[in-house]
Design a protein around this ligand. Structure first.
Ligand SMILES: Cc1ncc(COP(=O)(O)O)c(C=O)c1O
Length: 425
């Protein structure tokens, strides 16, 4: 892989901050080292001394005085070492990435902790996109991605998809505008990457099948584009075995994967992680060095202590409990949809995530219905337009989330939506 082809001039110009390098060196040095180098404050002056956090299983995460001093201090931009190493083990055991043992310049698997997967996505987009670049998007799409992409001035091509995700034939057709040989041209205008949410997509709830992933990966090889696998709902797949990921197929080192603990441990602690070829992840880490410097040391330590206590088994036992909750909620929503919306809307049962994507029959644009009429009826959903590349384009869809409402609220909510649709058509 020629990674330099993908990187913007801004990203290529990033250099390691000498102070950050020293800080990181200090943190891995033996206690005998006398350092007069650091510009870090003295944690003995900080007001917080210790914390004890109770966990659902009756145990506690203890952050004693010494650990608290670390938790309140600056830390490495890539993430605290113990969390990074736990996450690397996790990625190896889940995805067995072919690149795990490659040489660094060949695209060896590298990782860093990010402040939610959103930061990882935003930094990756800024690393890759020059104004005028072409990219491929699995649309309708997550608004956080659209909002990060739009100001970068790229040419976004929407890839056709159905309830099994991206349709490889449709992608192939789009790519046929270029010849695979143009990958060798300097300044080729081939798409730089394809972005997709492969499991329980936000907003459509769809999950990409393994066969389609394989076909898409082959197309990425043929036309030499990167794959951005934004997978925050990976741990919310309702049936096992979980689908193989693009990362697990990545023999070239062309997959950048964003993971998130937001849906299973906490969204407010802001812990995500980025996995991809070292030459690209290193660029993101340089960006982190000069922007956030690092994700909060406190939240990283809090999560890391919990994961060390749990081990992989405890972590997956917890994930199973979370899945059980969302699966039950999904079933409640499907029952309510069957009861109230039959004949008024179409939908597919999501196999992961927290969203049901409803196509409202006889209504070409749901914007007015939801933003005005639904509010009057005291029910809130998201109109489909919010997920379109061009948000002024009409959409006959709405997104309903089954994460927060009780079964009776879901039932009543759909009853109100049914009344609304009937009144509107
Ligand atoms: C598809 C998708 N990607 C990324 C994110 C961002 O998640 P995080 O909380 O990890 O930043 C979300 C959040 O809803 C999402 O739905």
């Amino acid at each position: 892989m020629n990674y330099s082809r993908f990187i913007t001039a801004v990203s290529a110009a990033r250099k390691a901050s000498p102070i950050r390098v020293l800080t990181e060196l200090m943190q891995t040095s033996p206690p005998s080292l006398i350092s007069l180098a650091g510009g870090a404050p003295n944690p003995n002056t900080f007001p917080f001394k210790a914390a004890s956090i109770s966990i659902e299983d009756g145990t506690r995460v203890e952050i004693g005085e010494d650990l608290m001093k670390r938790a309140l201090q600056y830390s490495a931009s890539a993430g605290i070492p113990e969390l990074l190493s736990w996450l690397k083990d996790l990625q190896r055991s889940l995805h067995n990435p072919p690149t795990a043992d490659y040489r660094p310049e060949e695209g060896k698997m590298e990782m860093c902790v990010t402040t939610g997967s959103q930061q990882g996505l935003c930094n990756v987009f800024e690393m890759l996109i020059n104004p005028g670049d072409t990219i491929l998007l699995d649309a309708p799409s997550y608004p956080g991605t659209l909002a990060a992409l739009r100001p970068l001035g790229c040419n976004i091509i929407s890839v056709p998809s159905d309830h099994h995700g991206i349709i490889p034939k449709g992608l192939k057709e789009i790519l046929s505008r270029w010849s695979p040989e143009s990958t060798r041209k300097v300044n080729s205008d081939l798409p730089k990457f394809l972005y997709t949410v492969p499991n329980g997509s936000n907003p459509t709830g769809t999950s990409l099948t393994t066969d389609r992933k394989k076909e898409i990966y082959q197309l990425a090889r043929q036309y030499d584009f990167l794959l951005i696998e934004d997978d925050p709902y990976y741990f919310l797949q309702f049936s096992k075995p979980w689908a193989p990921t693009f990362l697990s197929m990545d023999i070239d080192g062309r997959v950048i994967r964003t993971d998130s603990f937001s849906k299973i441990l906490s969204s407010g602690l802001r812990i995500g992680f980025l996995t991809g070829p070292k030459p690209l992840i290193d660029r993101v880490i340089l960006h982190i060095q000069v922007s956030t410097m690092h994700t909060s040391t406190f939240t990283q330590l809090m999560i890391s202590q919990l994961l060390q206590q749990w081990g992989h088994k405890g972590f997956f036992d917890h994930v199973d409990r979370v899945i059980e909750f969302y699966k039950t909620q999904r079933d409640v929503m499907l029952t309510a949809a069957d009861k109230w919306l039959k004949g008024l809307a179409d939908w597919h049962a999501p196999a992961a995530g927290m969203f049901l994507w409803l196509k409202i029959k006889g209504i070409s644009d749901t914007q007015h219905l939801i933003m005005e009429k639904a509010l009057e009826k005291q029910v809130l959903l998201v109109p489909g337009r919010a997920f379109n590349i061009d948000s002024s384009e009409p959409s006959s869809y709405v997104r309903a989330s089954f994460s927060l409402s009780s079964p009776s609220q879901i039932d009543q909510g759909f009853q109100r939506l049914a009344e609304l649709i009937k009144e509107a058509i």
